[in-house]
Each structure stands twice: as C-alpha cells, then as structure tokens.
Design a protein around this ligand. Structure first.
Ligand SMILES: COc1cc(O)cc(C/C=C(\C)CC/C=C(\C)CC/C=C(\C)CC/C=C(\C)CC/C=C(\C)CC/C=C(\C)CC/C=C(\C)CC/C=C(\C)CC/C=C(\C)CCC=C(C)C)c1O
Ligand SMILES: C[S@@+](CC[C@H](N)C(=O)[O-])C[C@H]1O[C@@H](n2cnc3c(N)ncnc32)[C@H](O)[C@@H]1O
Length: 327
C-alpha cells in the first residue's frame, strides 16, 4: 500500500509516533513488508508488544484502558468510603507522608495526575495555606513597631491565603472527577485548584509547567508506565520534582503471608459488600501484585530521565514513595 510521506509525517509525528513505535508500528507498515520469515517474526513481535495485563488477566493494550476506565467509573461513588474501610484509615497517613516529603512552599505549582477524588490536592492546599500563615506570622513578628491597626490591616488585606500556590488535578475518569469536585465544594475548597480530564500518557499541558508532579495509587493502572514517566518529565520545570505513592513489595515473609490473606480473602468481599463490586476489588489486589518492586520502579524512573531517584518503603513495603528530580 502506497502511503504519501507527508501523510505519514503528519499523522505519526511527536508523541503519537513514539506510541506507534512501542506498539510495533502502524499496520500498513507490516502489510507492506515482504512475507515469509521476516514478516512472521515482525507480526509475532507486534502481537507480543500489544499484549499486557489487567490484574492477572492477559489483555491487549487497546483493551486495557477501557477496562481500567470501567473499574473507576464503577467504584467512583464508593471510592472514598472503601479506602477508609479497607485500610482502616491508613491510606490517610500514607497520603500525609507524601505531603511531608514534598514539603511545598507557598507559590508551588503542583500537577496531581490520576488525582481522582482530590485527596492529594486537598492535602496540598491545607499544607501550603498553613505554611503561608506561618510565614506571614514570622514576617509580622520581625516587624517590631507595628500598631495593632496595621497588624489587623495586614491580616485582612491578605488576598491569596495560598501565597500563589496552585494544584491541577488531572484524571482520565469523568466519574472520579465528578465525585472530587463535589467533595471540594462540600468541604469549601474554592481557590487554587482546577480539574482537568486527561491521560497520564499524553498530558494536556505544555513543557516545563509545574514545580511538582504527584501520582498516588495511579501509575499501576496506566497501560504504558514508561510513557507516563516521560510525560511527567516533560511537564516539570527544570529543578522540578516527581513524587509517586504506590503499592509496592512486602519483603518480610510473615507479613507477606498475612498481607496476601487479607488482600485476596478480605478485600474483594469488602468490595462486594460495600460497593457491590467484587471484580473491581479483585483487580485492585491483582494489579498490586503485577506492579514492579521498589528497585525495578526506581530504574524505570531513572530511564525516563529523572535524577537523584530515591524511595522510602512504608508499612513494611505495602506502599512506597518514589522521588526523583528533573535536573
Ligand atoms: C479499584 O481500584 C481501587 C479501588 C480503591 O478503593 C482504592 C484503590 C487504591 C488504593 C488506595 C487509595 C489506598 C487505600 C486502600 C487500601 C489500603 C486497600 C488495599 C489493601 C490492601 C492491599 C491490604 C493491606 C492493607 C493494609 C495494610 C491496611 C490495614 C489493614 C489491616 C491491618 C487489616 C486488618 C483487618 C482485619 C483485622 C480484618 C480481619 C482480617 C482477616 C480475617 C484476614 C486475615 C488478615 C490478617 C491476619 C491481618 C492483615 C494483615 C495485613 C494487611 C498485613 C499487616 C501489615 C503490617 C502490620 C505491617 C484502587 O486502586
Ligand atoms: C486508585 S485511584 C487514585 C486516586 C487518588 N490519586 C488517590 O490517591 O486517592 C486511581 C486513579 O487513576 C486514574 N487513572 C487510571 N488510568 C489513568 C490514566 N491513564 N491517566 C490519568 N488517570 C488515570 C483513575 O481514573 C483513578 O481515578
């Protein structure tokens, strides 16, 4: 089949081209190659390259995104209550620890990818607001001769309690974002946040835009993790930081046995009883087992171009926080 060169360039430029290379190239390229052994090998490579996993199930790469979408569409309304029930509230501590590690200053521009119902974003807003208030107090204390009128005026005139900080919550799932927006409204978060529908693998943002990129319990669900990491690198400013909170590998054999028992025997049952959804919670525990170990994931982050990559395992390695810098 003859394909005009200009058409190839227009259609497969930039990141779309990268994606095609990863999946073995466009179909017309294969059908235009000579048959026989070379053709068969190329076709079998293509088949291998397009297969991936959805939990313990083998699926095509094209199918996975849709299946993941269905999972979060189905659990969205019960998502927050399920997390508290399943983890007995421990997920809150893990998320707080992500913020302590980030330690954002007023003015920080955060991109929270796979941000779902906003847990990381709300913590970020609370954190920077508290930091900003502390800074303001320090500045006022340093000014010795202010009258009480001047002090009151300074407090009242404070236009932006976040000191210019902003968080962009990006998620591929409309239902998760809908629940997040409602939560923000109910809890009074108005300023300093925006919600965007978007794919971690093809972020709808310009290069060098954010100071910090976070992804919490999200990257495990992405079809091409390497592509998502490259996108994280692209949108960060030089000097920017990548932070990922994700399930990881438990290394203590006794805890690992108990953990398996709890994961496979209890979690899907809770999923069924509370959310009426066994399958989504079976996917959750299976996808955790498919995710790379702390060291393997560290290497993937380095491969995407990040430097000074480190990780900290929490709760015996049930989860880990990975950190890297764009230098
Ligand atoms: C569809 O996709 C998803 C849906 C979601 O709702 C969430 C996510 C993403 C996840 C999060 C945002 C985080 C929050 C969610 C979780 C933590 C759920 C996943 C949970 C696990 C994979 C299991 C590990 C959980 C924990 C360590 C949390 C604490 C829980 C316990 C200590 C269990 C206590 C429970 C009982 C006592 C009930 C009775 C249990 C049994 C009869 C079974 C046997 C259990 C044991 C002997 C104890 C369990 C032991 C462990 C879990 C290991 C303990 C480890 C240490 C103490 C270090 C999403 O993608
Ligand atoms: C387990 S939730 C995590 C939500 C939130 N970060 C938290 O910690 O509670 C996973 C989220 O990843 C989102 N997600 C899955 N694949 C995605 C992708 N390719 N791009 C963006 N978001 C994605 C899902 O829609 C879901 O909201």
């Amino acid at each position: 089949m003859a394909v005009p060169r200009s058409c190839v360039l227009r259609t497969y430029c930039g990141r779309s081209w990268l994606r095609l290379m990863r999946t073995g190239g466009p179909q017309w390229l294969h059908s235009s190659l000579p048959g026989g052994l070379l053709g068969a090998r190329l076709l079998s490579q293509e088949k291998q390259a397009t297969e991936t996993h959805f939990g313990f199930e083998t699926v095509s790469e094209e199918e996975k995104g849709g299946k993941v979408y269905q999972v979060f569409e189905s659990v969205a309304k019960k998502y927050d209550v399920m997390n508290d029930m399943m983890s007995l509230g421990i997920h809150r501590v893990w998320k707080d620890m992500l913020l302590w590690k980030m330690n954002p200053l007023p003015g920080t521009q955060l991109l929270d990818v796979a941000g779902g119902t906003g847990d990381i974003a709300f913590r970020f807003l609370n954190y920077v607001q508290a930091q900003h208030q502390r800074k303001q107090k320090r500045q006022l204390k340093a000014q010795q001769n202010l009258s009480w009128e001047e002090i009151a005026k300074k407090y009242k005139n404070e236009e932006d309690p976040l000191g210019g900080s902003h968080v962009m919550i990006c998620d591929i799932n409309r239902e998760m974002l809908k629940v997040g927006k409602k939560k923000a409204f109910d809890q009074g978060y108005k300023a300093g946040l925006a919600w965007v529908l978007g794919d971690a693998e093809e972020l709808p943002f310009d290069d060098h835009k954010f100071d910090v990129y976070t992804i919490a319990f999200g990257i495990r669900n992405v079809t091409h993790i390497d592509q998502a990491l490259q996108e994280a690198h692209r949108v960060l400013k030089p000097g920017g930081r990548f932070l990922c909170l994700e399930f990881s590998q438990v290394n203590n054999p006794l805890i690992s046995r108990l953990y398996d028992l709890y994961s496979f025997q209890v979690i899907p049952v809770l999923g069924e009883v509370i959310a009426g959804d066994w399958k989504s919670y079976q996917y959750l525990v299976e996808s955790i087992r498919k995710f790379p170990s702390q060291e393997e994931f560290k290497e993937m982050i380095e491969d995407a171009g990040f430097q000074k990559v480190t990780y900290e395992s929490l709760t015996s390695g049930i989860v880990a926080i990975h950190s890297g810098f764009k230098l």
